[in-house]
Design a protein around this ligand. Sequence first.
Ligand code: DHE
Length: 529
Amino acid sequence: MNNKTSIVNILVTGITLLLSYSVFAAEKQNAEQLYQQHCQSCHGLNRMGSMGPALFPENLSRLRKNKASGVISKGRVATQMPAFAQTLSKDDIDQLVEYIYTPAETVPEWSLADINASHVQHFDQSTLPNEPQFDADLMNLFIVVELGDHSATLLNGDTFEPITRFKTRFALHGGPKYSPDGRFVYFASRDGWISKYDIYNMKTVAEIRAGINTRNMAVSSDGKYAIVGNYLPHNIVILDTENLTPIKVVPTADKDGKSSRVSAVYNAPPRTSFIVALKDVKEVWEIPYSSAGGVEVYKGWAHDYRKDGGEGKVENWKSEEQFPIRRITTEDYLDDFFFDPEYINLIGASRDSQNGQVINLDAKKKVATIEMAGMPHLGSGITWDYQGKQVFASPNIKDGRVTVIDMDNWQVIKEIETEGPGFFMRSHSKSPYAWVDVFFGPNKEKVHIIKKDTLEIVKTLAPSPGKTAAHVEFTKDGKYVLLSIWDNDGEVIVYDANSLKEIKRLPMKKPSGKYNVYNKTHYERGTSH
Ligand code: DHE
């Protein structure tokens, strides 16, 4: 090869590299623009998450690229993710997929220092009266979350009159959690803000940003601690509920160090522990919450921590570490959860499986498999007594069915056919009925009422034609039911829970969940926990 040829070759290679770099740069720029135009409003600035989850390779480890293009094209069942196949070309979708699987130039971090710096103390709790500043049955109050304008209403559950309405953080998700006495309510927003609201004084007293992209929170049964589970960063944050100051931040990774998002966190009252469900690894954690000087560990698993390595339980055992972690290995990923009322068994299912797994938390192992077709929404499951046994029922977010399961042998007793996939299910121990919505599809305006002792649908309501009717909550005594019409021009409709007659309509802006103080603080079987 003479000098001339090699110069030409070098030039050609250079130009090719330059061209492919320009194509890559142009595609990246295009993807960034597409992201801003179509994705940012839900998935947040710089992919950090907002209404939708954060989109970084670290958060997509369970989703293959071809599946990701399917999600962008067709939308994602049971989420707010719409289908883009009509709006974007295949090329655009491919570029977006590449973009979200590209690591961030600077890794988004939210350190303990960031959490502390975000803390806002709106009021000094000690200066506020300890008596409620309104007259109502404090156990029969409701908090109604209104997503339409990011507000919440404090509602009198006897008169069905609003007591006050206040601004919340943007995009709350999951049920707000009450302190055991019902005085305080804690909210979590999808972008990590935790707010403490003093119901007696109708004031938000403190706030802190515990994460960038948060799943949910739980409050301990003694009311002292709150736990927050995050998608970004991959961690849990334990807060002191007094002022919401952070006590401990624990990165979430399995025993081999593989990092994971947190699916959700729960309080397990009989175990005096938090349960942490991890999303990207096959582990569930249990974390007892402490009293000073060590943690009284739930007797069912004290043997895990025997210093002599021996078998068997140790009664009255205390851990020296505050919030020790007990790892429970699972056979499959778990995306959705339910606990039996005793909090001994966890019923979990992965999004892609046709089965539910029953995991005994004491024995740390799977004790049964439940055949469940479609995609059961275990998180919305409830229990009741049926023909002398305890049953568990769950709506299904893929198929029109409610699955009823015998909790003694974990066999399906009945699949109740509904007019479409449902999201939320509710009852009350004093009510003969269970209510389930038809959240998805053409029948979203409908709500079914199931008689608990026959497992038959006895009535179907469609109170606001064309508008989604979903999520009910009962009053403390189980005599009335409140149903949401999920629309900016929406309502909460009050029904007599026995005659099923409509009593009242309260205008609200896209009311989502509503939460009765008594039912929540007493872990009523018919409601979510
Ligand atoms: Fe939720 C609760 C997960 C989409 C409204 N949702 C929960 C809980 C979990 C969960 C783990 C229990 C936490 C708690 O209450 O502390 N939700 C998920 C998802 O994984 C999913 C499918 C996808 C996602 O976007 O995260 C999802 N959820 C939605 C929605 O699209 C809903 C309908 C509207 C919204 O607010 O984003 C929605 N989720 C709710 C509500 C609750 C909830 C109202 C509390 C129900 C209750 O009665 O306790």
